[in-house]
Design a protein around this ligand. Structure first.
Ligand SMILES: [Zn+2]
Length: 208
């Protein structure tokens, strides 16, 4: 076995990681008809139409050199767990994917802590208070709203509650149900990121 110096090993590791990341981005990042590059045709600063998408994270204006980034928006999805191991699923009231089941959660507000988003969204959507959210995993999603894609990083948290006696569906939630996670039909779930989060939870829930 060939022995490499720590520096060479570190360089190889970095190269492999960066190759993996770029392959991953390319594999998931097919340009849809609702991608911002199909919608934004003019520079928002100078109005020139020489405004183009760079293929990864942003737009460049060849006229005034303005650069605009479309980084992933932070969002939370929360697994609210009862003592009997059931969790809460919410039925989406509005598009996109109205009528499908989701995890409670939503977008992180500007200048808001993710931990506070968890508490705010659970209170807004279900009328219950949660404390001490524990991070589980994150998965990317393409969220199409009114014909434009928002790329999100959906961060999953697990919260435990003793009861849901005061739970009341509100905001953009049509209905809230309690379900054993083993009984979830993934065909009824709203987004691939939420399916991935639920599968991850099923894998690790014994130790959460
Ligand atoms: Zn410009």
């Amino acid at each position: 076995m060939r022995i490499l110096s720590p520096i060479t090993e570190a360089k190889l590791h970095c190269k492999n990681v960066s190759l993996f990341i770029s392959k991953y981005i390319n594999s998931m990042y097919s340009i849809s008809q609702t991608h911002p590059s199909k919608i934004f045709n003019f520079c928002p600063k100078c109005g020139h139409n020489n405004y183009s998408f760079d293929g990864t994270n942003g737009f460049n204006c060849a006229s005034c050199k303005f650069r605009f980034y479309i980084n992933a928006a932070s969002a939370v999805a929360v697994i609210v767990k009862l003592p009997d191991k059931r969790i809460i699923l919410t039925k989406r009231k509005f598009e996109p994917r109205a009528g499908t089941f989701d995890l409670p959660g939503g977008f992180v507000n500007t200048m808001e802590r993710v931990e506070d988003t968890v508490k705010r969204e659970i209170l807004e959507e279900l009328g219950i208070e949660v404390t001490n959210p524990k991070f589980l995993a994150s998965f990317p999603n393409e969220y199409v709203f009114r014909n434009i894609s928002y790329f999100t990083c959906d961060m999953a948290f697990v919260c435990e509650v003793n009861n849901v006696d005061n739970m009341k569906a509100a905001d953009d939630v049509a209905e809230a149900i309690l379900i054993n996670p083993c009984d979830i039909d993934f065909n009824t779930i709203s987004f691939p990121s939420i399916v991935n989060i639920l599968k991850e939870y099923l894998k690790v829930r014994i130790v959460t």
